[in-house]
Design a protein around this ligand. Sequence first.
Ligand SMILES: Nc1nc2c(ncn2[C@@H]2O[C@H](COP(=O)(O)OP(=O)(O)OP(=O)(O)O)[C@@H](O)[C@H]2O)c(=O)[nH]1
Ligand SMILES: [Mg+2]
Length: 252
Amino acid sequence: MSRKKTAKGKSSNSGPTAKGKDSGKSGKGTPGTEALSNGVVHPSRPSLSNSGEFYDLAFKVMLVGDSGVGKTCLLVRFKDGAFLAGSFISTVGIDFRNKVLSIDGVKVKLQIWDTAGQERFRSVTHAYYRDAHALLLLYDVTNKTSFDNIQAWLTEIHEYAQQDVVLMLLGNKADSTHQRVVRREEGEKLAKEFGVPFMETSAKSGLNVDLAFTAAAKELKHRSLKELSEPKFQLQEYVNKEMTKATSCCGS
Ligand SMILES: Nc1nc2c(ncn2[C@@H]2O[C@H](COP(=O)(O)OP(=O)(O)OP(=O)(O)O)[C@@H](O)[C@H]2O)c(=O)[nH]1
Ligand SMILES: [Mg+2]
């Protein structure tokens, strides 16, 4: 995936995704309209993604958070199973990648939007919030400022995103034991305060990366298929059960 992208404008579709490209840049990745506004394409008639994979449901997931917290690396880890080590290339504008997951026998396509954390791209990012079905809000456990800024991000999300957006808080770089300045408990406390599911992740080691996306997809699928006969899907409970805890030796 190119990490140098320039924003070209606002996404024009308000519904979930169907038949998008596997990756693209802003303003261009506006897929077709087969999907209904709640994310259901049609379970009995699977659609075909451009990568040749069939899917039943499609949703947009957006990665947000300060520059350098690891949004692009998290996406690359999830999509390709690799870690982008080396020099940091800050995302310009917005970019996306698709991935189809199998959730309880249902094929769920996630169109994952990787936003630029830098302040100067904020107005571009704002334009995409309203189309997002889920938001993964990241901070960096080795960067206190990125943690302190979470409240401001939540205010922004409240202002621009859909009211019922699925939101998760992720403390990334949990592998960086020695550089850690934000304890897991602090992340948990903040998340609890705002009623948001929380987990620590590492794009480097892969810790909880699949889980973060799968949990969001499960929640979206549950809501979309209105599985009312089943007990309500409890996102935080599911995460707690599945989560691998990072070993954090050094608190702040
Ligand atoms: N140790 C460690 N380093 C990470 C991890 N995730 C990302 N990094 C490093 O952090 C730096 C920033 O990562 P990016 O993914 O480019 O950050 P970003 O949030 O996309 O930044 P912007 O595009 O500017 O918003 C890079 O040097 C990565 O190698 C992680 O889980 N662990
Ligand atoms: Mg980036």
